[in-house]
Design a protein around this ligand. Sequence first.
Ligand code: OAD
Length: 249
Amino acid sequence: MNDYRKAARRIVNARYCTAFTGAGISVESGVPPFRGEGGLWNKYDPRTFDISYFKANTAASWTAMRDIFYELFGRVLPNAAHYALAELEARQLVREVITQNVDNLHRDAGTHVIHEFHGSLKQILCLACGRKVPVAKVDMNRLPPQCSICGGTLKPNVVFFGEAIPERAASLSFKAAEKTDCMILIGTTGTVAPANMIPAKAKASNATIIEINPCPSEYTRRVTDVFLKEKATTAMEKLMEEIDKLVTE
Ligand code: OAD
């Protein structure tokens, strides 16, 4: 049996299948990954996204964020892999999606049950009063933007280095990892904690781990049961074909 067939069988027969995604699922939408070829960390100093740097150099940090997050990421659209996951949710074959991505593309593709482990660019947080506002309401022409209510410093509601994971997203993600019996990992290196503990938790709960990535990751040897060594869109298209064959057989 080929690996796509094997993966499709595990998904169709799963009691509670979930997905865990990283930057790689959005690469074919035009979102650069963090690491590797064309990675953001080759162009920008990761310290720009450290909370202490942000507090001390708010304007400089905002300039980098506007260029990356709101100009570059702002123009991108979901790809076939995001749509395939939304379709699997609609068919009740995937129950929850946990993502490390902040680009909103799973929501744009129509996924409803999603835990944004590293937050979302679509929301801006006031560090002084805690108010959250949609990004469309924030004027990016004058940086750094300030809270219209209290004048406090605004920051994208995404997790910077040195910050905690949002409590609700963390708790729901780890609960999903305990509950799932099949987890599909797409486009993630497995190098960033605590997010990388989620597939390990699923594996410890006896879930089958299906991994999609053109390159082996930290997960491949440690937790993966079925490795689909391919780009996200091609792999998801092949997987959907196999799922369709199985459900019509
Ligand atoms: P990385 O940028 O570290 O890794 C991207 C992964 O995607 C690699 O394993 C690539 O091989 C794979 N990849 C590249 N192109 C792909 C494609 N077309 N299809 C499928 N996979 C592809 O991204 P993450 O592991 O997700 O944290 O990074 C984790 C965290 O590191 C991010 O969420 C971010 C960063 O620091 C925060 O912002 C807090």
